[in-house]
Design a protein around this ligand. Structure first.
Ligand code: GUN
Length: 292
């Protein structure tokens, strides 16, 4: 069994991006600029956004963090989105999800101009991605495909089983894996909370992607001998062993599943760091005008 080291791969990709930023600077052009909007004080969102801002610094991007209290109105947030759409210094921006209940995430996602939508959440980017046109691909699915590429784990003709159908991970990764493309061409099955024989289907997977958000859902009896297991889960659970008082738990029962599979991603240090570098890559594409 081999561990898929997302931390190591993401560090390599950050170096590649940093070298490109140096070239941009040398040629006298403006460095890429990412803005992140954070509403409220959700612990997970605070951590993710802090990591995104830090990653920008590491590669030489400019970054701007815009914070609002959770009593901001939908109208005020939409006005900020419009301002960022029209700000020529900003190449791309994200609005960290989840948003407070009184704000429609759909409306906010649709308000972001597709050419600045480095999260790849806008229906135009999702639609373009689905038909294989140039688009911003959402960060976690793009990060998963990149990990498979860098470990040369072939997907063509394989049976990939995706557990979870979220707009952010399950749905887009299932589309990418079935596309006629390198690191696509797989036969893909999407399972979700209404799939009655989920275990039976998971056992058929050559590549199993767990993206349900249920800690330790995938147990050894659900995994075929020699399968590749990608764990997208990042649930915060209480812990008395860490300074922060919590730790991240994946969707896979790592110790017992690791014994059966050929490759596995750990949590933390697997898919998570790749999500951040995919966002950086999208920001670089936006700055260079490579998509639109
Ligand atoms: N919440 C969980 N994942 C993400 C992400 O990739 N982008 C944004 N904007 N919010 C998230």
């Amino acid at each position: 069994m081999q561990i898929i080291d997302g931390k190591k791969i993401s560090a390599e990709i950050k170096e590649e991006i940093a070298r490109e930023v140096e070239e941009i600077k040398k040629s006298g052009k403006k460095v890429p600029h990412l803005a992140a909007v954070l509403v409220g004080h959700d612990g997970g969102s605070e951590t993710y956004v802090a990591h995104k801002v830090k990653a920008c610094e590491q590669v030489g991007f400019k970054s701007t963090l815009i914070r609002f209290e959770d009593n901001i109105t939908e109208k005020e947030l939409l006005a900020k989105v419009e301002e960022l759409n029209n700000d020529n210094d900003i190449d791309g921006f994200i609005v960290q999800l989840p948003l407070p209940k009184h704000i429609s995430e759909e409306k906010v996602i649709e308000a972001v101009h597709p050419k600045k939508d480095v999260d790849g959440f806008h229906p135009i980017n999702v639609g373009r991605m689905s038909v294989g046109m140039p688009s911003f691909v959402s960060a976690t699915p793009a990060g998963i495909i990149e990990l498979l590429k860098r470990y040369n784990i072939k997907t063509s003709g394989k049976h990939c089983v995706v557990l979870g159908r979220s707009n952010i991970v399950g749905r887009p990764v299932s589309i990418l894996l079935s596309q006629k493309a390198d690191f696509g061409n797989a036969t893909v099955t999407v399972c979700h909370s209404r799939t009655p024989n989920l275990k039976e289907i998971a056992l058929q997977a050559d590549i199993l992607i767990a993206a349900l958000g249920v800690p330790e859902f995938v147990t050894a009896d659900m995994v075929k001998e020699g399968a590749v297991v990608i764990d997208v889960g990042t649930t915060r659970v209480k812990s008395d062993k860490t300074k922060s008082g919590w730790k991240l738990k994946g969707d896979v029962k790592f110790d017992e599943v690791a014994e059966k599979c050929s490759y596995i991603t750990p949590v933390p240090g697997g898919v998570g760091p790749m999500t951040i570098v995919s966002l950086l890559k999208n920001t670089l594409l936006a700055a260079k005008g490579d998509i639109y």
